[in-house]
Design a protein around this ligand. Structure first.
Ligand code: ATP
Length: 350
């Protein structure tokens, strides 16, 4: 079904499994990110797709063909790595033309495709510059143009934006998505930046210790994280250790929610809720009393830490133009019951 498929793919390095039995089916034209902490196996997975690392087990398919043992140049995939080394002695246009020259594409067609590609990445006016005369973001776009000009079936990106400063990086995220949409190339990107993965991708694959633990659309990953790790790695999350008692789920003696039906009384549970699902109320109102411990202004919203019986709780307050409660002020916290999730197990609390 998938255009690019991984079936039971593993990579073992001297007894250590870098990638463990992963299955993934990427649709034609899809933009998929591999997201996870350092060492979880993202790059190894990408390199196996590129053909630079041979899987220990499993099968990789491309458009119905088994490419598991195929040489990288036969696969013809576009690859952009973090360092995206451009050829320093070649102009922007020559860098982009390189792959076409290698493939012996006739001059006229080559020039046409290079011009098309430079227009696409908004670099047409810099065609004759050398890499050293470009900004980081411009170099990055040359690298993307160079990878895309050969019209690869799949574009592989390994932390392509990590050398850029925060603002440029954000701009390039939009650029990358725009470029990918307009050419429709199936794209797999490795990143450890959750905001980047959520904003660009059609689907995100979260990797933990070599396994793919959730493969989902960004909003589903955020709303329904499959593991405790994902709930805190993707966005901010309050995780509160509690116990299911007679009256429901109690955290530090305060009943926060009714308990899940299948949990025995006395069982340790974890209650979790996103900061933006909590609402500030005047003291004495709401479901839980607290006192503002710290307050940060972040432009679009304020981030408050509220000390409560149940522990410190992060609260995101939208910026309405008015200041919310100050540090030291007693307040109440409220939420829609459905926003507070409860799961069995104390170990789940981060
Ligand atoms: P990062 O974000 O830090 O690049 P990653 O998620 O891309 O991390 P990988 O580079 O895929 O992780 O590495 C996964 C695991 O495999 C790590 O424990 C790493 O040390 C190990 N590993 C990777 N390449 C090799 C190799 N050539 N020989 C031995 N071990 C390796």
């Amino acid at each position: 079904m998938g255009f690019l498929t991984l079936e039971g793919v593993s990579k073992v390095y001297g007894g250590l499994a870098a990638v463990r039995d992963v299955d993934l089916a990427v649709a034609r034209g899809e933009f998929v990110s591999l997201l996870g902490p350092s060492g979880c196996g993202k790059t190894t997975t990408l390199q196996m797709i590129a053909g630079l690392v041979e899987p220990t087990a499993g099968r990789i398919g491309l458009d119905g063909r088994d490419i598991t043992r195929e040489k990288p140049n036969r696969r013809g995939l576009g690859v952009v790595f973090q360092s995206y080394a451009l050829f320093p002695h070649m102009t922007v246009a020559e860098n982009v033309a390189f792959g076409l020259e290698m493939r012996k594409v006739p001059r006229a067609e080559r020039d046409r495709r290079v011009a098309e590609m430079l227009a696409l990445v908004h670099l047409a006016n810099l065609a004759e510059r050398y890499p050293r005369q470009l900004s980081g973001g411009q170099r990055q776009r040359v690298a993307i143009a160079r990878a895309l000009v050969i019209a690869p079936p799949v574009l592989l990106l390994d932390e392509p934006l990590s050398n850029l400063d925060a603002k440029l990086r954000e701009e390039m995220q939009f650029e990358l998505r725009r470029i990918q949409r307009s050419v429709g190339t199936t794209t797999i990107m490795v990143t450890h930046d959750q905001a980047e993965a959520l904003s660009i991708s059609d689907r995100v694959v979260v990797m933990e210790a070599g396994r793919m633990t959730q493969i989902d659309a960004p909003y589903r990953l955020y709303e329904q994280p499959a593991t405790a790790f994902i709930s805190t790695f993707v966005g901010k999350m309050n995780r509160l250790a509690g116990v299911w008692g007679d009256g429901g789920v109690a955290v530090a003696g305060t009943v926060l929610a009714s308990a899940p039906a299948d949990v025995a009384a006395g069982t340790a549970v974890t209650a979790w809720i996103r900061p933006e699902k909590l609402h500030l109320r005047p003291m004495g109102e709401g479901r839980l009393a607290g006192r503002v411990a710290s307050r940060f202004f972040l432009g679009g919203h304020w981030l408050l830490t509220v000390g409560t019986e149940a522990g410190d709780i992060l609260v995101s307050v939208p910026n309405t133009g008015e200041e919310p409660a100050r540090e030291g002020e007693p307040i109440g916290l409220d939420w829609e019951p459905a926003s507070l999730r409860v799961e069995a197990g104390a170990g789940a609390a981060a």
